[in-house]
Ligand binder design. Sequence first.
Ligand SMILES: [Zn+2]
Length: 63
Amino acid sequence: MPDTTKPRLRCPLCEGERFDREDGRLSIRNGSTDQRAVLLICRRCKPILPFLNRQSFFDDGTG
Ligand SMILES: [Zn+2]
């Protein structure tokens, strides 16, 4: 029986569970398409995240 409960998002750094949502916009060069993306930023790590230099912090896909 599969577990239907959603895994709670947890910050891999501080294991915090509180996040701020920030709307971002991705512009594609080879087209005129603007895609909106929602970023979840850990409230605790927010001040230091820019220094980690990681692109996809929360990656849903595999790889
Ligand atoms: Zn954190």
